[in-house]
Design a protein around this ligand. Structure first.
Ligand SMILES: Cc1cc2nc3c(=O)[nH]c(=O)nc-3n(C[C@H](O)[C@H](O)[C@H](O)COP(=O)(O)O)c2cc1C
Length: 149
């Protein structure tokens, strides 16, 4: 099951204001469905922008992403396909809501700040892709070290 794991990161902008509580509920509902689909990952939010990382079996991932893309509560404006992974990085995180205060260690602020500033630019510059990938790897390392659970 875990042999062919695909991953993607997307960035979206809310269409209606989300509260912390609203995101919490969204993450909990998502976690239940993702568990059934063998999808893991995390969701972070700042100033109306979401960053979500998803990994799982390719077909399940594509189907879920199709549903998420059609959700009228947000608008996806950037999508970074990471492609096939050798292994799952976020086992046990059915959909972890990463709070902003947890993210100081991982440099996600740089990525989010860049996005807040640059959200209307359609083309994803190469360096943001490498920053996003670095962020994914850093979060995976912290999880592996049990500094994030
Ligand atoms: C920013 C954002 C992230 C979401 N992430 C997920 C997710 O990881 N898993 C999920 O099942 N639904 C997620 N959703 C919700 C889906 O778009 C959709 O509402 C939900 O999957 C429908 O569930 P249902 O088929 O049980 O009604 C997300 C929605 C938003 C706005």
């Amino acid at each position: 099951m875990d042999k062919q794991i695909s991953a993607l990161v997307y960035l979206s902008k809310e269409k209606y204001p989300f509260t912390e509580g609203g995101i919490q509920v969204l993450a909990q509902k998502s976690a239940r469905k993702n568990a059934a689909l063998h999808i893991s990952g995390y969701l972070a939010y700042k100033e109306g922008l979401f960053v979500q990382y998803l990994e799982g079996p390719k077909n399940n991932l594509n189907d879920l992403f199709h549903v998420i893309r059609a959700d009228s509560r947000h608008q996806i404006f950037k999508e970074i396909r990471i492609g096939e992974l050798g292994k799952r990085h976020f086992k046990g995180w059915d959909m972890r809501h990463l709070e902003y205060k947890e993210l100081h260690h991982v440099g996600i602020e740089t990525v989010l700040d860049w996005l807040v500033y640059d959200q209307y630019q359609e083309k994803v510059p190469a360096d943001i892709i490498s920053k996003v990938w670095q962020m994914v790897s850093d979060i995976a390392s912290l999880k592996a070290l049990q500094k994030l659970q």
